[in-house]
Design a protein around this ligand. Structure first.
Ligand SMILES: Cc1cc2nc3c(=O)[nH]c(=O)nc-3n(C[C@H](O)[C@H](O)[C@H](O)COP(=O)(O)OP(=O)(O)OC[C@H]3O[C@@H](n4cnc5c(N)ncnc54)[C@H](O)[C@@H]3O)c2cc1C
Length: 305
C-alpha cells in the first residue's frame, strides 16, 4: 500500500503531530510520500518524497488551494490512501479531497487491526472495524493514537509544487487565540484529575484536596465536565487541555484515547483505579488498584502530616 501523508504547518512551524501520520503509515507497513504547505526550513525529518508548496503563496489555510495542491500530489504519486490528522485542518480538508476523488473516507481512526481501520462509536465506548470499498481512500487519524518512537532523523527528498492557476477568493487572515482559560493546566507541574469513577459531584472535593496537598491543579475527564461537576477549563484531553506535568494522577479514569492524548506527555503518571485491567494502566508508571474514595483521602492525610 502507498500512503500520501498531509503534514500540518501553523504559525511558521511544522506541527509535531505530522509525525503521527508517519507512525500510522509505518504501522500499516505502507510506503509513504508527504505533502507540506509550508517552508523548506520546516520540513519533517523523514526519509521519502515530500511535495512542498510555498506557504507564502498558498497561505496557512486556503481550503480551495490546499485541496488543489493535495490533488496535484495525488496525481503524481497515485497513492492508495491520503492520510490527514483528525484536526481542524484535516477534518475540513479531507472531505473536500475525498469528494474530488470520489473516494471513501474513514474518519478518526484510533487503531489498525490486520490492515483494517478501527474507529470509535457510542462516544468512544465501542469500536468498529472499517475498510473502504473504493480504490482510493481518504483517512483521518485520531490525535495521540499513533506515536513515533524516538527522535526523527530522516531527510525528505523535496519536490516543489506550484499551481499555474493559484487564485482564491478566500484570504487567510490568521488565528485568534481562544478565550483566555481560567486555569492554565498546561503550565502546572502537578495535575490530579477526577474521572467518572469518583461517582458524584460532591466527591470531586476529595480529589481537589489531593491536588492541593501536592501543590498542583485539579483536572478532569470529559464525563466529569459534561456532568457539570468541574468546569470545562479543567478538562484534559483532545477536546480539553494538553498537559505535560512532572506528576499526573488519574483518579477513577479509564484511559480512553481522547483522555490519554491530553496527558501522555506527563513525566510520571500514577493511576488509581479499582479495575486492574483499565487501559490507563498502559500509560501509568504506577497503577494503584483501589477504590479512589478510600485511597485518595488516606493519601491526602499522609501528605498533610
Ligand atoms: C470526539 C471526542 C472527544 C473526546 N474528548 C475527550 C477529552 O478531551 N477528554 C476526556 O477525558 N475524554 C474525552 N472524550 C471521552 C472519552 O472517549 C471517554 O469517554 C472519557 O475519557 C472517559 O472518562 P472516564 O475515564 O472518566 O470515565 P470511564 O471511561 O467511565 O471510566 C471510569 C473509570 O473509573 C473506574 N472506577 C469506577 N469507580 C471507581 C472507584 N470507586 N475507584 C476507582 N476507580 C473507579 C472504572 O474502573 C473506570 O476505569 C472524548 C470522546 C469523543 C468521542
Amino acid at each position: 500500500m502507498k500512503t500520501l501523508l498531509i503534514c500540518e504547518y501553523r504559525e511558521g512551524k511544522l506541527l509535531e503531530s505530522s509525525y503521527e501520520l508517519v507512525a500510522f503509515a509505518d504501522k500499516l507497513g505502507a510506503e509513504k510520500a508527504m505533502v507540506l504547505i509550508g517552508k523548506e526550513a520546516e520540513v519533517p525529518k523523514v526519509n521519502g518524497k515530500l511535495y512542498l508548496a510555498d506557504v507564502a503563496k498558498y497561505g496557512e489555510y486556503k481550503p480551495d488551494l490546499h485541496k488543489k495542491i493535495v490533488l496535484e500530489a495525488v496525481k503524481k504519486e497515485d497513492p492508495d490512501a491520503i492520510v490527514f490528522l483528525h484536526s481542524s485542518y484535516g477534518w475540513d480538508l479531507a472531505p473536500r479531497v475525498a469528494a474530488a476523488l470520489k473516494a471513501g473516507q474513514v474518519s478518526e481512526i484510533v487503531s489498525i487491526n490486520e490492515g483494517k481501520f478501527e474507529v470509535g462509536l457510542c462516544n468512544a465506548k465501542l469500536r468498529r472495524t472499517v475498510t473502504p470499498q473504493t480504490g482510493k481512500m481518504v483517512l483521518t487519524i485520531q490525535a495521540g493514537a499513533f506515536n513515533v518512537a524516538g527522535d526523527p532523523q530522516g531527510k525528505a527528498q523535496i519536490e516543489k509544487i506550484d499551481l499555474p492557476d493559484a487564485v482564491s477568493p478566500l484570504e487567510f487572515v490568521g488565528y485568534e487565540p481562544a478565550q483566555k482559560k481560567e486555569v492554565d493546566l498546561a503550565r502546572a507541574e502537578v495535575v490530579v484529575s477526577a474521572g467518572r469513577g469518583v461517582g458524584k459531584k460532591e466527591n470531586v472535593a476529595i480529589i481537589a484536596a489531593l491536588a492541593k496537598a501536592l501543590g498542583g491543579e485539579l483536572g478532569a475527564s470529559r464525563p466529569v465536565v459534561d456532568a457539570g461537576w468541574v468546569e470545562h477549563s479543567r478538562q484534559v484531553g483532545t477536546t480539553g487541555q494538553i498537559v505535560a506535568p512532572k506528576l499526573y494522577v488519574a483518579c477513577g479514569i479509564s484511559g480512553a484515547i481522547q483522555h490519554v492524548a491530553g496527558m501522555k506527555k506527563s513525566e510520571f503518571v500514577v493511576a488509581i483505579n479499582k479495575d486492574k485491567d483499565a487501559p490507563i494502566g498502559e500509560v501509568a508508571d504506577v497503577l494503584v488498584v483501589a477504590d479512589v474514595m478510600q485511597f485518595v483521602p488516606a493519601l491526602t492525610a499522609m501528605l498533610q502530616k
